[in-house]
Design a protein around this ligand. Structure first.
Ligand SMILES: Nc1ncnc2c1ncn2[C@@H]1O[C@H](COP(=O)(O)OP(=O)(O)O)[C@@H](O)[C@H]1O
Ligand SMILES: [Mg+2]
Length: 290
């Protein structure tokens, strides 16, 4: 664990131990340095020279046009790049651990535990011919040594946390019986089951209508801020990004064109690309977030 002094005045965890004499401290959870990612062996990297850090409890939003490399960056963190994608340069350090040297056992411990991922449509990752409950229970039992009853109770708790009414009914349902918003809440409930330190969310609300989108953004905020989890959220919606995130990273054509505190990026954008992006800001629920 790398401890360092908080450099801003956002609320940070205050350690009560004498070691730090109640000084505000925060720790570096994730450090991505000089990251290049390639899909084909010989071709030039698709993503070039990505650098960022994420402190304990922080939220980073990645925005940028389609194909700019946002998904590639967060998939690289979890080592789930498709199609021969691989890190060709740089480093990814999570909680003091070099992720690029982890073996299969190391990944099994990390994935779904300390780091978990939320996809655009969580319905897609669930089997349509099995009940949600049987899959949720299995997921819990694969990652922890608990009996069925206790796994079921945990699932009920997590669904309740995601504002899903009648969680028992949901567990007895199939994905096609749920709305997109409900399916997404189930996906998020599963992702937060083991209280991950880091949530990776890839366009978690893009497939939803505007009202449901705003609700789920609120729930993601509640969950991360409430549990002290950190999150990297990829989103097309710069309004969502500015509402949620401490820091903002803007990508274009495989490169980071701007990265900084959300307030700075929104109010004092440096890159032309960011300025263009900001010129067309959507509204959420009638409220402008920038
Ligand atoms: N499975 C894949 N195989 C080969 N190239 C890919 C694959 N997925 C993505 N890419 C390349 O990476 C680029 C960035 O894609 P992606 O990270 O999905 O962008 P974004 O999430 O910003 O829309 C794409 O333009 C494409 O060239
Ligand atoms: Mg993407």
């Amino acid at each position: 664990m790398i401890l360092r002094q908080a450099q801003d005045n956002t609320p940070k965890k205050i350690l009560s131990t004498n070691n730090f004499s109640s000084k505000e401290v925060t720790y570096l959870l994730l450090e991505v340095s000089k990251l290049d990612i390639s899909y084909a062996k010989s071709s030039a990297p698709t993503v070039h020279d990505v650098n960022f850090t994420l402190d304990d409890g922080e939220i980073l939003a990645i925005v940028g046009e389609s194909g700019s490399g946002k998904t590639t960056v967060i998939r690289a963190i979890l080592n789930v790049l498709p199609g021969g994608g691989h890190v060709s340069n740089g480093s990814i350090t999570f909680d003091g651990q070099n992720l690029l040297t982890l073996d299969a056992d190391g990944w099994r411990n990390l994935r779904g535990g300390k780091i978990s991922m939320i996809f655009q449509d969580s319905g897609n990752m669930l089997n349509p011919v099995r009940t949600i409950g049987s899959q949720f229970v299995e997921y819990i039992q694969v990652h922890s040594d608990v009996d069925k009853k206790s796994a079921w109770d945990t699932a009920v708790d997590k669904l309740t946390l995601m504002n899903l009414p009648n969680p028992e009914n949901i567990l007895n349902s199939y994905t096609f019986e749920l709305s997109g918003g409900m399916r997404q809440r189930v996906g998020i409930a599963m992702a937060i089951t083991f209280q991950p330190k880091l949530l990776l969310a890839d366009e978690p609300t893009s497939a939803l209508d505007v009202t449901t989108q705003a609700q789920i953004v609120g729930e993601l905020m509640f969950i991360t801020r409430g549990s002290g989890a950190s999150m990297i959220i990829v989103t097309h919606n710069i309004g969502v990004a500015s509402y949620l995130a401490d820091n903002l990273m803007v990508m274009s054509q495989g490169r980071v064109v701007e990265y900084g505190k959300t307030d700075d990026v929104i109010n004092r954008p440096q890159a032309e690309y960011t300025k263009t992006l900001l010129a067309s800001v959507p509204e959420i629920g009638g409220k402008r977030y920038v």
